[in-house]
Design a protein. Structure first.
Lengths: 341, 199
């Protein structure tokens, strides 16, 4: 597999991407890491460009990561939290986005509780759209930074064993990661209580286990997911304490683990639920590396999307790209109805 | 494609450039070479080896990628340029930096390199060494050390080939239709205001 140029206007899902495009984005991340290690962590490449973080769901880590990424590239970054914006006054998603674009925005980073909302906006807007998490669908930048972190430690994906533990069915992080890992040749196992495993688990090409000890022994990489206590306690599992007792990763459970196991978590951690504190801060954990690489990963994506805007809009000076115009965009009427009221 | 310099001539040119760098330098211990990616890095390595042969000490080497400092991100393919790492393993503060590039043309790459360099400390002096000066400057930039002056037509591309990356050492001029157009800055259009600006 060779890296291939990323020529899209948007980043909406991992499912859209070829393995070569994923590798290209990982290589971009590698290049931008160096900027974050400098004494002066800023380059002028997106000077005069505007990035809008449009978040209809609360987020600290992802929003901050995009904000830092944009600022290190010298873009102007505006944060809009839906709870304080016109969404509360009844404005539709489409109108909100079109107003933002009318202010000459170059990239809109969207998080929304409705799956497909970013894809819908990408079809409506000329500017680049980044999916920063949509419903139970995908969270492509999280998967990319996870893959980058894995590659830093394991070098190759081919034949690598990665298990994902937690609420797989409702996790966009898990979905994006399962798809991305499979595309790059890794083997994936999903593990959790039956109520948290997706009905179509096997169709995603993943093994299934309901015993966390089995997943630990099998794995080169163990991805733990956040248990959404606020939404699910009492529904998908009886209590946080029972989840921790059955599926929580603690030092005792890790006795059967490979010596070079990696433990990951997309944050924020419920300490003592998904991971015991000594494991979260322990030698297997690469959780803070994930956060660090996330900034470099998002710098690469903002740079690519903001830099390609003119070309997509007005057409290049010398002929179009060999692949023809911007890629076809999903125009599902279902999504339209779901988000446009 | 015509060959302007053979491997033998290129090697002699690099020796002469090394002599000039040494001659111009007040204090060789302060000299550091920084190659501009991609070909400038290979050239800087060659110069460092020759300088070591002449003085007994190899000057520190760095590599700089100017992609993020360019002013043509919006031109065709701007953001598609392959981004490589900047690697300056020493503090440039107080040093005499010699920037090394293959071909000096518009001067825009050098401007970007200077903008990048100041992020790594304040050098005492910065000089520029190039294998080829082909004229056609769009900025007030000049080189301190020039391997060869070459006159080329607007649609001709001057290439410095190095064994390690291109299989052989040479400087060639090649016909590249569209090369001049690629370098032409895009016409600037004032944004037109909406006829009636609604509040």
């Amino acid at each position: 597999m060779m890296p291939e140029q990323y020529r899209r206007k948007d980043l909406l899902s991992i499912r859209d991407l070829s393995p070569g495009e994923i590798l290209f984005l990982l290589d971009m991340t590698d290049s931008f890491r160096e900027v974050n290690e400098r004494e002066i962590k800023k380059v002028p490449s997106l000077r005069g460009k505007t990035v809008v973080n449009l978040f209809f769901e609360p987020s600290t880590r992802t929003r901050t990561s995009f904000e830092i990424a944009g600022k290190r590239l010298s873009a102007d970054v505006i944060n809009i939290a839906a709870s304080v914006s016109s969404a509360q006054k009844g404005e539709t998603l489409r109108d909100t986005a079109r107003n933002i674009e009318a202010m000459s925005t170059d990239v809109v980073v969207v998080r929304h509780s409705a799956s497909g909302a970013p894809a819908y906006l990408a079809g409506e807007l000329n500017c680049g759209v980044v999916n920063a998490g949509d419903g139970c669908h995908e969270h492509p930048t999280q998967a990319l930074l996870d893959l980058y972190t894995i590659r830093e430690h394991k070098k190759e994906f081919d034949g690598l064993r990665v298990s994902i533990v937690g609420d797989i069915a409702r996790s966009r992080v898990a979905r994006s990661n399962i798809i991305a890992l499979s595309k790059l040749g890794a083997e994936v196992m999903i593990c959790g209580p039956r109520t948290m495993l997706p009905a179509e688990a096997e169709s995603l090409g993943a093994r299934v286990s309901t015993r966390v000890e089995e997943a630990i022994e099998w794995s080169d990489v163990l991805m733990t997911l956040r248990i959404q206590l606020e939404r699910e306690a009492g529904a998908a599992f009886p209590s946080a304490r029972e989840y921790a007792a059955t599926f929580g990763i603690n030092r005792k459970r890790l006795e059967g683990a490979k010596r070079d196991l990696l433990i990951m978590h997309p944050g924020p951690i419920n300490r003592g639920v998904e991971l015991s504190p000594d494991v979260a801060d322990g030698p297997f954990s690469v959780i803070l590396e994930q956060v660090e690489y996330g900034v470099a990963c998002r710098m690469g994506i903002l740079y690519l999307l903001a830099g390609q805007r003119e070309e997509v809009d007005g057409g290049p000076e010398t002929g179009g790209s060999p692949d023809g115009p911007a890629e076809a965009r999903p125009e599902s009427t279902e999504v339209r109805d779901a988000v446009a009221h | 494609m015509r060959e302007e310099l053979s491997a033998e001539q290129l090697s002699r040119t690099l020796k002469r450039l090394s002599h000039e760098i040494i001659e111009q330098s007040g204090d060789m211990t302060m000299i550091a070479l920084v190659g501009i990616r991609t070909r400038g890095v290979g050239l800087a390595e060659r110069l460092a080896v020759v300088i070591e042969g002449l003085t007994g000490a190899r000057p520190p080497l760095g590599a700089i990628d100017v992609t993020l400092y360019r002013d043509d991100l919006d031109l065709e393919g701007g953001a598609r340029r392959r981004l490589r790492k900047t690697d300056i393993p020493f503090s440039s503060a107080g040093k005499d930096i010699v920037l090394v590039d293959d071909v000096l043309f518009t001067g825009r790459t050098v401007r970007a390199a200077l903008a990048a360099l100041v992020n790594f400390g304040r050098p005492r002096r910065v000089q520029l060494a190039v294998a080829v000066d082909r004229g056609g400057r769009e900025l007030p930039v000049r080189a301190d050390f020039i391997g060869r002056n070459i006159v080329a037509l607007p649609d001709e591309e001057v290439l410095v080939l190095l064994e390690e990356s291109d299989g052989r050492d040479a400087i060639v001029v090649q016909d590249t239709p569209g090369f001049a157009k690629k370098h032409k800055p895009k016409e600037f259009k004032m944004p037109t205001a909406a006829p009636e600006d609604t509040p």
